[in-house]
Design a protein around this ligand. Structure first.
Ligand code: AMP
Ligand code: MG
Length: 424
């Protein structure tokens, strides 16, 4: 752990505006400074490449498209042979379908029937779509003067030129990228190893799905939310189950997790309650860097090092788990995998309602982006905002970002929003 990340703060949880708290930005910077991106490569088949991070330049061995071809079903002409005015008739001397080609040179007064994707015949550089051609008898067609030389033709290499690097190291592969690489003939790709993440829930009150609930017990939901978010993050997952609020059981789980993972994530036990052991055990087995952030929800968050692994002790409250994961863990995992800290899209939308807030901490309000009666994009809170109310997250498609300085928002005022779903 380097000096920059040693931002140890007082373990006081009593005051939400604790002067020892880190700001969200300080916490992000400290986390980033403490991480070293993974530098191990492996090969994957292209079908498994979605969500992986490239480890090397992908240099195109070919032009895409590989030949100059027609963008339309129609007729190929020489641009210089188009009628400057009035009409002109041409003889159709050949037909080329996609996948075929012709060596027949097209002379003045001639054209070639051509389908989309077929290579342009010699002597032609222009395609007239079939809807704009009048078909006459005896293999003759007629066109008028509205056409431009060169129209409706895709040039060889217009998308990608042979020898150019299409994507570089650190690039996260999305569906379109997988298609682009397939169009270049890549069957296997050199990618970075995925971060290995081990995680478990802590709490005596937690029961697993399938068990009956006694008085005071709840189902462990955080492990499932975390499993889902880790799956989306494209990491290797080790689910270590539920660990009781028991110092030796926890110490044992911490040690086992650090052996198998690059990143260890726990939920619960990071406050100052009787049974909140996370910070204590982390300080015994590793190193605690900080543990309060001036944010809501998600104020208590333990970050540190556990053996060779990076440690995130997320709060227990289900919304706080999601928030701290989205804001800190998810980008950290991406940084480990790619060496790039991801930048989220943030834009402004009019707040449909007034939002109460005191300056001092960063508040993440779960919001719903929607179209109002005028068709403009507006945003409203997704309902009750308690950090245990996970349905506030289920209903939301964005976070409304109220930064430390914000002292409340009036109805109609623009507010910054960070969408996490592309559906309204
Ligand atoms: P803690 O930080 O352990 O005090 O937990 C804070 C709150 O989150 C308590 O109400 C816990 O019952 C709840 N909680 C902790 N862990 C989980 C979990 N895995 N699933 C659902 N709720 C949890
Ligand atoms: Mg607990």
């Amino acid at each position: 752990m380097n000096e920059k990340s040693k931002l140890a703060v007082q373990p006081s949880c009593a005051d939400a505006f604790d002067s020892d708290s880190l700001t969200v930005k300080q916490a992000r910077d400290a986390i980033r400074a403490a991480l070293t991106p993974l530098a191990v490569d492996e090969f994957v088949p292209i079908r498994s490449a979605l969500g992986r991070v490239l480890a090397a330049d992908c240099i195109s061995p070919i032009d895409v498209p590989s030949h100059t071809n027609s963008a339309m079903d129609g007729y190929a002409f020489a641009g210089s042979d188009l009628p400057p005015k009035g009409m002109r008739d041409y003889r159709v001397v050949a037909t080329v379908l996609a996948g075929q080609s012709t060596t027949r040179v097209c002379a003045a007064g001639e054209c070639v029937r051509i389908m989309t994707g077929a290579p342009m015949p010699p002597g032609t550089d222009t395609v007239v779509m079939q809807e704009q051609v009048e078909v006459l008898a005896d293999e003759q067609v007629r066109i008028d003067a509205r056409h431009r030389g060169g129209q409706n033709v895709r040039q060889a290499g217009e998308d990608i030129k042979s020898g150019t690097a299409v994507f570089g190291p650190g690039h996260l592969l999305r569906a379109a990228d997988v298609g682009v690489l397939a169009s270049l003939g890549f069957g296997e790709l050199r990618v970075r190893r995925r971060p290995r993440v081990a995680f478990f829930s802590t709490g005596d009150e937690l029961r697993s799905i399938g068990e009956p609930l006694a008085e005071g017990e709840i189902y462990d939901s955080n492990r499932y939310t975390l499993f889902a978010m880790l799956t989306q993050a494209g990491v290797d997952i080790t689910d270590m189950g539920v660990v009781r609020d028991d110092a030796s059981a926890l110490a044992d789980a911490f040690a086992r997790a650090a052996e198998v993972a690059d990143v260890v994530i726990t939920s619960g036990g990071v406050s100052v309650g009787e049974a909140d052991y996370t910070k204590k055990i982390l300080s015994q087995q590793g190193e605690v860097s900080f543990w309060t952030i001036a944010m809501k929800p998600g104020r208590p968050l333990t970050f540190g090092r556990l053996g060779k692994a990076v440690f995130f002790g997320l709060p227990g409250n289900p919304v706080a788990v999601m928030l701290t994961f989205q804001q800190f863990v998810r980008p950290a995992l991406h940084y480990l995998a790619s060496g790039e800290w991801p930048q989220q899209l943030v834009f402004e939308a009019a707040s449909a309602t007034a939002l109460k807030k005191k300056p001092g901490r960063f508040e993440f309000v779960r919001g719903i982006l929607y179209r109002d009666e005028t068709g403009a994009i507006a945003v409203k809170p997704s309902g009750a905002q308690g950090s245990g109310i996970l349905t506030s997250m289920s209903r939301a498609n964005c976070l409304i970002l109220l930064d430390e300085d914000c002292a409340g928002v009036k109805a109609g005022e623009p507010v910054p929003v960070e969408p996490f779903s592309t559906q309204l």
